[in-house]
Design a protein around this ligand. Structure first.
Ligand SMILES: C[S@@+](CC[C@H](N)C(=O)[O-])C[C@H]1O[C@@H](n2cnc3c(N)ncnc32)[C@H](O)[C@@H]1O
Length: 288
C-alpha cells in the first residue's frame, strides 16, 4: 500500500516535466532560471513525498498493531467461552502476553488438549502454558508431560504460585550458543539426548529465549522432529511473527516433507502469531 502511494505520486511528478518542456516559449536566459526553478521544485517535491511516504508507513504500522490488539481481545473472549464448562481446567488464572503465550496460543492449546487428548507432551519453556498442560496431565491418567527449562531462578519463582503434579516432569538443561547455518543460535545443551527414545504427540515450542536471535531461533526441535513424533501429532510454535522463529517453523516443515510425513500447517494471530503443524489426519486443527 505504501509503495503504491509513492509510485503513484512519483509518476505524476515525472509526467509533469515533459509537458513543461514542450510548451517552453520563454526568452533566452529565462529558460536557464526556469529550469533551475523546476529542479528545485522537483527536489522539494521528492523530499515532501519521502516525508509523506514515511508518515503513511507509520500509520499503516499503527493500524496493523491495533488490528492485532483487537484480534487478541477477540481471542480472549473466545478462550473464555471455550473453557467455560471445562471439566479439567480448574485453575484459570493465566497472566498472558509479554514473555508468556497470548490468548490465541491458550485457545488452540486448550482445544488440542481437550479434543485430541495427547498423551506424550513435550514443552520447551516453563511458564503460563505449563499451568494449562500440567492440569490436563494431572486430570488424564497415563499422560506424560515433560517441560524443559534452563533458568533455575525462574523455575523457583514459578513454583511459588503453581504446584505441578506427578504427571509433569521438569528437565533442567543449560543453554548454550551454537552455530547454525552461518549464524549463532541459543539452544538447550544436550537436548536431543535428554528426550531421546520418546515419541511425542504434542510439542509446544516457546523456549529457549529467542527474541535476541538474528537468523534462527529455537532450532532444538530440528534435531528430533523426524524421529520423535507419534503418527498423530501437533507442534505449536509461539512468536512466529518474528523472522527467526518463522524460519525454524519453515525448516521443520521442510524436514517433515523430506521424511515423507504428511502434515498441514497454519497460523493463529493475535498480538503475536502462533504457528501450528499437525499430522494430516488432524487437519481440522487449522480451521478452529
Ligand atoms: C517465552 S518464555 C515462555 C514460557 C511459557 N511457554 C509461557 O507461556 O510463559 C520462555 C522462557 O522465558 C523465561 N521466562 C518466562 N517468563 C518469564 C518472565 N516473566 N520473566 C523472565 N523470564 C521469563 C523462562 O526461562 C522461559 O523458559
Amino acid at each position: 500500500m505504501r509503495r503504491r502511494a509513492v509510485q503513484g505520486a512519483a509518476s505524476r511528478r515525472r509526467c509533469g516535466v515533459p509537458t513543461a518542456q514542450a510548451t517552453n516559449t520563454r526568452a533566452p536566459g529565462e529558460s536557464e532560471s526556469a529550469k533551475a526553478g523546476l529542479v528545485e521544485t522537483d527536489s522539494e517535491n521528492s523530499a515532501k513525498l519521502e516525508r509523506l511516504a514515511h508518515e503513511l508507513g507509520e500509520v499503516v504500522e499503527s493500524v496493523h498493531a491495533q488490528e492485532r490488539v483487537a484480534a487478541e481481545v477477540l481471542w480472549a473472549q473466545v478462550f473464555a467461552s471455550t473453557i467455560a464448562s471445562s471439566g479439567w481446567l480448574h485453575d484459570r488464572s493465566f497472566a498472558v502476553g509479554r514473555w508468556a503465550v497470548g490468548f490465541p496460543f491458550l485457545y488452540v492449546l486448550y482445544r488440542v488438549l481437550d479434543e485430541i487428548r495427547p498423551s506424550r507432551i513435550l514443552e520447551l519453556g516453563l511458564g503460563q502454558s505449563t499451568r494449562m498442560v500440567a492440569q490436563y496431565a494431572e486430570a488424564h491418567p497415563g499422560t506424560t508431560h515433560v517441560v524443559v527449562e534452563n533458568d533455575a531462578e525462574w523455575r523457583d519463582f514459578f513454583l511459588r504460585s503453581f504446584r505441578m503434579g506427578d504427571a509433569t516432569r521438569l528437565v533442567m538443561l543449560d543453554c548454550e550458543i551454537v552455530a547454525y547455518r552461518g549464524s549463532e543460535v541459543r539452544v538447550y545443551a544436550e537436548f536431543a539426548s535428554a528426550v531421546a527414545g520418546e515419541r511425542f504427540d504434542l510439542l509446544c515450542i516457546d523456549g529457549p529465549l529467542g527474541g535476541d536471535m538474528r537468523e534462527y531461533a529455537r532450532v532444538d526441535i530440528l534435531d528430533i522432529v523426524s524421529e520423535s513424533l507419534a503418527p498423530a501429532f501437533v507442534i505449536m510454535f509461539d512468536d512466529v511473527e518474528r523472522a527467526p522463529e518463522s524460519r525454524t517453523m519453515a525448516e521443520t516443515l521442510k524436514l517433515l516433507r523430506e521424511a515423507g510425513i504428511e502434515h498441514r500447517s497454519c497460523r493463529y494471530s493475535g498480538i503475536k502469531d502462533v504457528g501450528l503443524i499437525c499430522s494430516a489426519d488432524l487437519r481440522f486443527l487449522c480451521s478452529m
